[in-house]
Design a protein around this ligand. Structure first.
Ligand SMILES: [Zn+2]
Length: 286
């Protein structure tokens, strides 16, 4: 599932390839991925020029300008398997391509999504601000103070805390696992009980992991590709995610997997020691 580094890579690609270009036509092949009326969607997007690309957490927004109307924003959520690519108009369509936005005569922006959890929605500036306000600070932009404040007094598992978009926007399963490993923190530790030293270490780990992943254009497991259709390069750098049973890159002990709130968590039992008090979970002890 695309997380902050993948969405940032797509937004950088859009800035390079789509900025300043006019959307000449819209074709919606699967209406389920567009929020609201299709007619209205087409009317709002067609003929407008893409003048900026913004991102907060995993949400993208393309600002669309028209001559005699207030700007509108195309809000894009890639969901589980959403892809946004620029292709030549004559290039064959891949299956599961749901929306085509013609960029000039020769190229088009294509939205493809196998699982169809992704969404495109046109909205006003106020609606965009409201959507962004519902998210916590962006995980790449937040200050240390914001991060420490948000941890204070929180219960539950730190892994779930890192993935809660209302507290911190941008992390999903991959980069939450990786950040906890880099910081040496067990995924079941309670956010409010982490020492100040470890909390600062976690803040720096999140930044370091995200910055590095953005540099390598993200991680591809199944479907994620950048705007040119290329996979990410971070996969080989993963330390714990999906490495169950493989040796820890730091100490050699096998990486373990536990399930927290229905999601797999991968960690090294030696490098991420279990604190004395952890979040209580149903089921067998881990
Ligand atoms: Zn280890």
């Amino acid at each position: 599932m695309p997380e902050l580094p993948e969405v940032e890579t797509v937004s950088q690609g859009l800035r390079e390839r789509a900025l300043g270009r006019r959307i000449l036509g819209v074709e919606v092949r699967h209406p389920g991925v567009v929020v609201g009326s299709l007619k209205q969607f087409a009317a709002q997007v067609e003929g407008r020029t893409i003048v900026s690309v913004q991102r907060k957490g995993k949400v993208l927004a393309l600002e669309l300008e028209a001559e005699n109307a207030p700007p509108c924003y195309l809000l894009v959520r890639l969901g589980m398997t959403g892809q946004f690519t620029v292709a030549a108009r004559e290039a064959p369509l891949e299956p599961h391509t749901h929306v085509l936005l013609a960029l000039g005569e020769r190229e088009e922006l294509r939205f493809r999504d196998v699982r169809r959890f992704g969404r495109l929605r046109c909205c006003t500036r106020e609606e965009l601000e409201a959507a962004f306000d519902r998210l916590g600070p962006d995980a790449q932009q937040m200050t240390e103070e914001q991060f420490l404040d948000a941890l204070r007094g929180r219960r539950g598992a730190i892994k779930s805390w890192l993935m809660n978009q209302q507290l911190l926007a941008g992390l999903g399963n991959i980069y939450a696992d990786e950040s906890l490993f880099v910081a040496g923190i067990h995924p079941l530790a309670q956010p409010g009980r982490i020492s100040a030293r470890n909390a600062r270490r976690l803040f720096r780990a999140v930044r370091k992991v995200l910055d590095h992943a953005v540099k390598l254009q993200g991680t591809t497991f199944r479907d994620y590709v950048d705007i040119e259709g290329r996979p990410g390069n971070y996969e080989l750098r993963l330390r714990v995610y999906q490495r169950t049973g493989k040796p820890c890159r730091r100490c050699g002990r096998p990486i373990r997997r536990i399930v927290i709130a229905g999601r797999s968590s991968h960690f090294c039992p030696a490098c991420q020691p279990r604190p004395r008090e952890v979040t209580k979970m149903r089921g067998p002890r881990h």
